[in-house]
Design a protein. Structure first.
Lengths: 293, 235
């Protein structure tokens, strides 16, 4: 077992493929003005009218996702960019007043030069890229077969946590299992949780993180675990309360571009089939032996 | 930088022999490799009903027990390991399956042994020692910190001001140096409001529990193989 350097970084590739776009609109106005598809393709921040700053943020986030620059250094750099562009929380960028951009309280989330606003931008962009990669890899035919459900778990403990049971119910989630939020991957709840028509703080995506500053993470629930929990039967059918209500369009998940390989042993040589059966028996015996040990 | 976790199943073991054997039988190993990769990442249940925890859940579980410094300082944990877990990517192909981590990857090195970190030039490695600064950098506090070197090229510190520098008269903007410790290990006088220590190098101890054990990885690989063979034979 060893660690090796890798060139792979799909999260960075996804983020890098988006374009920066300035906009004087607030988050709420952008949701009404821009389509979901457009927001997926562009990196747009609320009340950022400066194209120069928008593109510097995009360039910085890309470099951060690539591991080339740490978050504190990037934030300090962006604060310097804002100063050079003449940004002031009270007056915004030069010309902002004419666009109707309201002044921001210095140090608040609306203040572009505040540490917490810049940190939120970088964290949200990074989390969205990682969430999208997770979705792309979790909805392949093999992944859906082996790990057919998600559990939403809390990995950070904010001072004022959101009311998850209420949100889960509002998003049409199945009954929580002993307080655990589990649903098939194809269940509409995963689509609804990030829908800003339902939740004001939603990011408008059908993958984690669903909300700004979310403390949640999605973790795969393997098929055997689903069966043990009683939400799936041995035939692979969902219990009634957990069955997805409709087929969701995950076409944008950009699953494997090549069709899944068709592999079955029906038509193969009996000798090869026997070898595969022997391999399966040996594997099961090894796992049983280790379990006993 | 991204780091890939590579597990080579080799040597004179049943599993290694079997994987080698299957290379001859299965001409398209994409599905097999993806099955192994997904199982290593997300876990699964053995035919005997044993739940195997995958790397992602293992890391998230490990994160819950690694808050010693945050707890000692009364600070909020940074979620460093959680972010690492959330950044895991699967890289499976005809040839192999790899788990790639793309965020906070350096901490993974601790699973393999002690890690020594150096910093050169005029920079310092910063170690937060106060709840206000835990998980942050001196850059978070512009105008609020005084920096001073205690032992040249060995130890430095940042002290928190009560008022930002620009609000003070010029003559008060210079940092007061604390007294040097007289005995090794003694806390220097005037260090009560030190919020960061600075060092040129530090050693991070080995953290074996950060990743599943090699035997657990072999079980996960075997289970991925098992599940794929079940599928092929039942198709």
């Amino acid at each position: 077992m060893e660690l090796t350097r890798s060139q792979q970084n799909k999260a960075w590739e996804l983020a890098a493929a988006r374009h920066a776009m300035p906009s004087h609109l607030s988050s709420r106005e952008q949701r009404e003005a821009f389509s979901r598809d457009m927001r997926r393709r562009v990196h747009v921040m609320a009340r950022v009218s400066s194209a120069a700053f928008a593109s510097e943020v995009k360039r910085g986030v890309d470099a951060h996702l690539k591991g080339e620059v740490s978050k504190p250094v990037l934030i300090a750099y962006l604060k310097g960019v804002l100063a050079r562009l003449g940004y002031n929380p009270s007056t915004g960028f030069p010309g902002d007043a004419a666009l109707g951009i309201p002044p921001a309280l210095p140090g608040s989330l609306r203040d572009l030069s505040s540490w917490k606003r810049l940190e939120l931008i970088i964290d949200t962009e990074g989390a969205l890229a990682h969430g999208k990669v997770q979705q792309m890899q979790d909805y392949t035919p093999v992944a859906l077969r082996l790990v057919p459900a998600y559990e939403m778990i809390r990995v950070r403990h904010p001072k004022a946590p959101r009311n998850w049971p209420a949100r889960w119910s509002e998003a049409g989630g199945p009954p929580p299992l002993d307080g655990r939020f589990i649903a098939p991957k194809e269940h509409e709840v995963w689509h609804n949780l990030g829908d800003h028509a339902i939740f004001n703080d939603a990011l408008g995506v059908d993958h984690a993180p669903f909300w700004f500053n979310s403390s949640g993470s999605l973790i795969g629930m393997p098929r055997g675990t689903c069966m043990r929990l009683g939400i799936m039967d041995t035939q692979g059918n969902w219990a009634e309360a957990y069955a997805p209500g409709g087929t969701k369009d995950y076409a944008d998940a950009q699953t494997a571009t090549l069709p899944p390989p068709v592999v079955n042993a029906k038509a193969v040589d009996p000798a090869i089939r026997a070898r595969l059966q022997a391999a399966l028996a040996a594997s099961t015996a090894r796992l049983d032996r280790r379990e006993a040990a | 930088m991204s780091l890939a976790l590579t597990i080579e199943v080799s040597g004179d073991t049943d599993l290694a022999r079997q994987l080698q054997d299957l290379q001859d039988v299965l001409t398209d190993r994409r599905s097999l490799n993806e099955s192994i990769g997904i199982t290593v990442k997300d876990g699964g249940t053995t035919p005997g009903g044993r739940d195997l925890v995958g790397v992602k859940r293992h890391l998230l579980n490990a994160a819950t027990t690694r808050h010693t410094t945050a707890n000692r300082l009364g600070a909020t944990p940074t979620g460093y390991i959680n972010k690492l877990a959330e950044s895991l990517e699967l890289d499976s192909s005809y040839e192999s399956a790899r788990i790639v981590a793309t965020e906070n990857v350096d901490i993974l090195k601790r699973a393999f042994g002690e890690v020594e970190i150096y910093i050169r030039n005029r920079k310092w490695l910063t170690m937060p020692c106060d709840a206000r600064t835990y998980g942050k950098s001196p850059l978070n506090f512009p105008g609020m910190l005084d920096f001073f070197v205690i032992i040249p090229d060995v130890l430095a510190a940042w002290r928190m001001r009560t008022k930002p520098k620009q609000d003070m008269p010029d003559r008060l903007q210079k940092a007061d140096k604390p007294e040097k410790p007289r005995e090794p290990g003694e806390t220097p006088k005037g260090t009560e409001d030190i919020v960061f220590w600075g060092r040129k190098s530090t050693k991070l101890t080995r953290d074996e529990g950060l990743l599943p054990t090699e035997a657990d990885f072999y079980d996960l690989i075997d289970l991925g193989l098992n599940l794929e063979l079940q599928r092929v034979l039942s198709a």
